[in-house]
Ligand binder design. Sequence first.
Ligand SMILES: [Zn+2]
Length: 269
Amino acid sequence: MDSKDWFEISQIKTNLIVIREKLNHIDPRYHTEYSNIYLINGVKKSLLIDTGSGILPLRPIIEELIGKRSLIVVNTHAHFDHVGSNHEFDEVYIHESEVNKINRSMDISFLKDSPKNIVSLYEDNSFILKPAKKVNVLRDGDIFDLGDIQVNILHCPGHSEGSISLYTNRGELFTGDNAHYGAMYLPKIKKLSHFIRMVYTLVNLCKKENISQIFPSHEDNDLHKEFLVELINSLNKIDSNWNAKKFDRFNNCWKVDIENFMFMIKKEQ
Ligand SMILES: [Zn+2]
């Protein structure tokens, strides 16, 4: 298979492109249909949000889309489906608490027994993702200036310790895995209130920064900001639905289905 057949590319609006890949076609055990990689094209620079699963080369696709602009590559966090093609780029930014996850090889042998044959493409590299060539540290409050578009970094621990969201000065919020429809991977139940508080900070950010469009790293994109309120309402129903939970062995999580979400909650040790 060729990269052009694998990635689904669409222009969402002026200077914003989404590059999608089907995580379900790599391993359906994550219960996730799509991963979304975003490319913001400013007048001077472009910013790439995540590098996908690494199953097929991403860089040639991106180079065609950015033209002569220079490229900044940012990871929303260090899970394999967001950092897979890091090694193709000259340097990558990630939150300081997850630097050590991408500056070394990542073992993805847990994908070996996926029911999908395409994972055999990982065999060439023995189910190891190569490290990023150079890693730069991101901190809460950092800003990237693309010329006409400014991109702000917000540290949002919860889905992982170093998870970030990004927002622009033109009313866009990129939530990473902190907020999306479908299977959401959450911390242990004891930390759920922290997670809900983090989503509230995103709601407040939307008011303060006049954000109207939300672009998550999985499933549907270009959501209305009311989506965050919908997410909070469903998160608040986890406690009362806790008895209906089912155990998901592959992900070592409790699975609770509520409305448009499948909450995957880390098992207590
Ligand atoms: Zn993810």
